[in-house]
Design a protein around this ligand. Structure first.
Ligand code: NZQ
Ligand code: ZN
Length: 388
């Protein structure tokens, strides 16, 4: 196991009827900005409930944070924070609203050019670059990204999606009420299951370092997602299935299974370019790229792929190669069973578009992806061709 530091200060309020905790978690004299997306939280009445709970506090609203939140949109909220002296932000939404809120929080007190904050990639923004942020809490409406309990965001700017990490970007608290997610369209539920699955797998199907707790936790999350995936999509109001979905998504990317182990993230980096170029949903890009990454990288990943086959899918018959083949096949079938297509061509992306993806990876410096850095641009091209 590698050395590691672990820090996670986010308080979680999980379960039914937890909204009231907003009141005790936000200072009574706070000037609050509620951030939300394209309208689902307004329509469901959630924003009104939050406003009622906030009571006499001075409350402002900022809606319209789009999926794959854009820098320009977020800067409009930064202007409100600055002009109205906002000192707490209440994010109500999925990963895009929460990520966008993290950026608003980081950018509002930043004195320089705020595009600077997009340049650090996976390196945490140093605390001498950003030392003061606007504290924020979240109400999760879509279980997928884990953003509600981590310090990362992904921000769209020009033709790219840029990771932003900072120790000051953890939410103060997050409300995880599975019933709030009941209004989700089926496709977003399926995207959410796949996102949580691939987050877990990118930290697990790498190479062995004898990290048994992390491995068994990852296997538990994957098996849980496999067990209730179809149910949480087909039965939107099945509380138990959705509760397990919500907590799996949070646990997949709150840092706990990441400690002391190698991490891949190639699928996410290639997937981000597919979203930026073709507008394919984040979860769908993962369903396209991940099976192909496993196929192309099967040699390098063989020890963990075998462990995955045996322990997650309970495959006991056949040679090692046959077990791995079957595990990869089952992974693809699982994504498809949720109603998500796994081939690039099924999203209208043909072979002639692949060079543009490679150009973008190159422009963003993503030329040595994977847990060992062995996914060069040539290998990324092979992965994309194999995904057609
Ligand atoms: O905008 P509204 O009207 O709210 O509609 C949203 C949006 O259209 C809708 N929705 C959300 N909750 C709903 C609902 N509709 C009905 N009922 C509800 N309860 O769902 C649509 C998608 O929302 P979005 O927030 O974009 O989805 P998701 O949570 O999948 O977030 C995706 C974003 O997160 C980033 C992705 O790159 C992408 O930008 N990621 C963030 C990560 C992180 N911070 O750790 C890691 C991830 O790997 C990912 O990259
Ligand atoms: Zn993801």
């Amino acid at each position: 196991m590698f050395n590691f530091d672990f820090y996670n200060p986010t308080r979680i309020f999980f379960g039914k009827n937890r909204l009231e905790n907003i009141d005790t978690s936000i200072p009574a004299d706070a000037r609050v900005l509620i951030t939300f997306g394209g309208g689902s939280a307004k329509k469901s009445g959630l924003i009104d409930k939050v406003k009622t709970i906030l009571g006499n506090r001075k409350v402002y609203e900022f809606g319209g944070i789009e999926p794959n939140p854009h820098y320009e949109t977020l800067m409009k909220a930064v202007e409100i924070v600055r002009s109205e002296n906002i000192d707490f932000i209440m994010a109500v939404g999925g990963g895009s609203v929460i990520d966008g809120t993290k950026f608003i929080s980081l950018a509002s007190h930043y004195k320089g050019d705020t595009t600077d904050l997009l340049k650090f990639g996976f390196m945490p923004i140093p605390l001498d670059v950003v030392s003061k942020v606007v504290p924020f809490g979240t109400i999760v409406t879509l279980p997928a990204t884990g953003s509600e309990m981590n310090n990362g965001a992904v921000i769209s700017y020009e033709h790219g999606k840029f990771p932003v990490m900072c120790e000051l970007a953890f939410p103060k608290f997050s409300i995880l009420d599975p019933t709030i997610t009941f209004t989700l369209p089926k496709i977003q539920v399926a995207n959410g299951v796949i996102d949580a699955f691939v987050h877990t797998a990118e930290q697990y199907i790498t190479f062995p370092v004898d990290a048994r707790v992390q491995d068994r936790m990852a296997e538990g999350i994957l098996q849980t997602l496999i067990e209730f995936g179809a149910t949480t999509v087909a039965e939107p109001e099945n509380y138990d299935a959705r509760a397990n979905h919500v907590w799996s998504a949070t646990m997949a990317l709150n840092g706990i299974i990441a400690v002391g182990v190698p991490q891949d993230w190639a699928t996410h980096m290639i997937g981000h370019e597919l979203t930026a170029l073709f507008g394919i949903d984040h979860g769908q890009t993962l369903a396209i790229v991940y099976p192909s990454v496993l196929e192309v990288q099967r040699k390098q990943k063989s020890a963990k792929l075998l462990q995955y086959a045996e322990r997650v899918w309970n495959i006991t018959n056949g040679s090692d190669d046959e077990k791995i083949d079957l595990a990869i096949k089952k992974t693809r079938e699982f994504f498809e069973s949720l109603g998500i297509k796994t081939r690039l061509s099924e999203y209208g992306v043909t072979a002639d578009k692949i060079p543009a993806v490679i150009e973008q990876l190159k422009a963003h410096g993503l030329t040595a992806l994977s847990e060992t850095g062995d996914i060069t641009l040539e290998v990324s091209q092979k992965i994309l061709e194999n995904a057609l």
